[in-house]
Design a protein around this ligand. Structure first.
Ligand code: ATP
Ligand code: LTN
Length: 331
């Protein structure tokens, strides 16, 4: 039987955080044998906020090395850079004509990013969800593993696909979101009700996958908690709840088990245990990423093969779209 298709991507827009790891890449590894997987480096999405060119280029390769270091297999999955497959931009243009400005203005991420980058509210920022829909729809994707913050984008991708299918006949498969419960949303260490984000200006708010052990432990030591000393997850204790979530995601236990394990302990011991557990998971990934980055020829080869494979599938879908909408492709 044919495997179902899975698609996901991360933007090379900053240092990845442990939220990107538990909310995205770690799940990719779990799913790679069961599905036919496309994992992209979304550099076209990344430029919707200003990027330094040299850094963007460097982060692109670093992200590829990280995917592989986390256990994503280039033999089993298609790993590629979004801008190397031109159909992403081409399909976006077509889908733009069936997406309403009002819908885009209502997207949570657009509103958040517009507030954050008030000096640069560009068309690309508003078009972000349409480009993401194009990513997903080009590969006739069945499932998309993303963190909760991206669910709204997935909904709009389904709406756009359904709209196209209604008007022009069955063309796109409708994708489903896939979110694992643990680690689905890691909060900021400084403002735990906000998501931990790689573009947060406060470096103490996020734990980066590149942080060394001392840094990780220091950041957890400074994490915001509260004034009572009970280690339990509850709505009025967002800081402690976030740390319990992080611990459970990295120690491989449930939140209830974590609560039990730390019963009667103080915040100091608890934070240290969370920091050590996270750092121990990160150390081997960092070592492997470093080793891979020393072998650029290999990484370039992976990207070339990935782009070739992605291109073949993307071309088929785009050609079908062009036929349906009446774009002349020779007779
Ligand atoms: P930025 O801050 O630049 O917008 P980001 O940190 O939100 O970036 P993305 O590239 O937008 O990262 O997201 C990559 C993947 O990581 C997505 O699947 C997203 O759902 C997931 N993700 C990002 N942050 C978190 C988080 N705090 N908790 C869980 N998953 C997350
Ligand atoms: N916007 C996504 C990154 C992304 C993506 C995708 C995720 C770009 N294209 C397609 C899933 C499917 C994010 O995670 N911030």
């Amino acid at each position: 039987m044919e495997k179902k298709v899975l698609y996901s991507a991360v933007q090379p827009s900053g240092n990845l955080t442990i939220g990107n790891y538990t909310g995205a890449i770690r799940n990719w590894v779990k799913l790679q044998s069961e599905y036919e997987c496309y994992y992209a480096i979304a550099n076209m999405h990344a430029i919707t906020v200003r990027q330094d060119p040299a850094e963007l280029r460097r982060r692109t390769v670093e992200l590829l090395a990280l995917y592989i270091a986390c256990g994503v297999s280039p033999e089993h999955c298609t790993l590629y850079v979004q801008s190397q497959v031109p159909q992403h931009a081409e399909l976006t243009w077509v889908l733009n004509t069936m997406t309403y400005v009002g819908e885009m203005e209502r997207m949570t991420q657009f509103k958040d990013k517009s507030a954050k980058h008030a000096e640069n509210i560009n068309m690309g920022l508003m078009d972000y969800p349409v480009l993401m829909a194009a990513d997903i729809l080009l590969y006739q994707t069945d499932i998309v593993p993303v963190g909760v913050d991206q669910r709204q984008h997935l909904e709009i991708a389904r709406d756009i696909a359904a709209r196209f299918n209604n008007r022009f006949g069955e063309t796109f498969r409708l994708p489903e979101a896939y979110t694992l419960k643990e680690g689905a949303k890691i909060g900021s260490l400084q403002e735990p009700t906000k998501k931990m984000s790689k573009s947060d200006e406060n470096p103490n708010a996020s734990v980066y996958l590149s942080d060394d052990k001392d840094t990780v432990i220091r950041k957890f030591r400074r994490a915001v908690t509260d004034s009572d000393n009970r280690i339990v997850a509850s709505e009025d204790k967002p800081g402690v709840t976030n740390l319990l979530n992080i611990y459970s995601a990295f120690a491989g236990c449930t939140v209830a088990e974590a609560e039990k394990q730390f019963e009667g302990k103080g915040y100091g011991d608890f934070k240290l245990a969370v920091g050590e557990t996270v750092a121990d998971v990160l150390a081997p990934v960092q070592a492997e990423q470093k080793r891979l980055l020393a072998d650029k020829a290999y990484l370039n080869q992976v990207l070339k093969e990935g782009a070739d494979r992605a291109y073949k599938t993307a071309r088929k879908t785009l050609s079908k779209v062009y036929r349906k909408i009446g774009f002349y492709q020779g007779e």
